[in-house]
Design a protein around this ligand. Sequence first.
Ligand SMILES: *Cc1c(COP(=O)(O)O)cnc(C)c1O
Length: 395
Amino acid sequence: MAQKTSVSSISSVMATYGRFPVTLVKGKGSYVWDDHGAQFLDFTSGIATCNLGHVPDVVKTKLEEQLQNLWHCSNLYNIPNQENLAALLTANSFGNQVFFCNSGAEANEAAIKLARRYSQKVKGTDSFEVVTFQQSFHGRTLATLSATGQEKIQQGFAPLVPGFSYLPFNDIEALQQLENLKPAAVLLELVQGEGGVIPAKTDWVKKLASICEKNEILLMVDEIQTGIGRTGTLFAYEQYGISPDVISIAKGLGSGFPIGAIIAKEAAAKGFEPGTHGSTFGGNPLATAAGIATIEHIVDSNLLTQVNEIAEYLENQLIVLKEKYSFIKEIRGKGLLIGIDVDTNALEIVQKAIEHQLLLLTAGPNVVRVLPPLTVSKEEINEFVEKLEKAFQSI
Ligand SMILES: *Cc1c(COP(=O)(O)O)cnc(C)c1O
């Protein structure tokens, strides 16, 4: 059994997280080790962040190289790594302009600000509304929690930032309201991650995209959890046959090194001019070095083909478990962003899994979220299934 350490009673760290009693000090590939040397199979990837596994050599080498030269440089000067990463991201997506920041919430902040300013200064309208969806998650800053369609995230933070309304997710009928509202933008996740691993339906997304196009509403996709190969393509929107105006990315972009960004089409990007938005650390030489190494590796290697094969293998293993354990209601997701919907307490399963040295996440009270690194092997998946069954048998 795993050694347990809990420092919560003497911690000086603010209690914003309910933490598991595990202290991780080392990681490599799909594994992490605690402060007593116990090894855990990590199927959380730091919440969809360490997509290339822990401490990937390709990124480590690039970071070490950059450490020798320059750590920080103000955005008042040209930053070659930033230019190179922007070129890589636009060459491999719908967009042609990139803004860099440091996190997912900041990326969505940038998208929301861009939508408002584009609407008012480029289109010359007085529209500022951003429509999002129920059960969504867009971040913890004041604007992004206001954008989030979950009351529990917003409680106690009133007054919220005005200008957001929430439509039901995957509801075709409700999309008609967009024609009346004529908002500046729509912001959505293509697989709602925190909201319970709920994939958007293709018909619904296509209809949404066509309404946006017809009414000149910016289509903004929050790819913070679905991006960087997580769903089997570099970005999830590719699988829906749509071309967004803006996407926000973060989590997997730096393989664990903090970085966020928005990618926009040239027209939408006109919403920002010099002096309208910025960030001291955004796109700094180290973070963008990590981003370059990560994207180059995904694009140049055969990783995404491997992700699709291994995701199918994993799904088949989970379907076998579903037949065996009646408390499993549904297996769903896309690529290696997977939810196990259970009619029991998901947190209890995650806690039991820790005892069997397996790290998992929840997504709401009844969904166990499984996020292995994209580099996961068949053997590691077999080990996961074995450990998960042990956790199931002990609840
Ligand atoms: C994690 C996440 C965010 C927030 O990202 P932070 O880096 O924690 O600010 C926003 N949207 C989605 C879909 C996410 O999964």
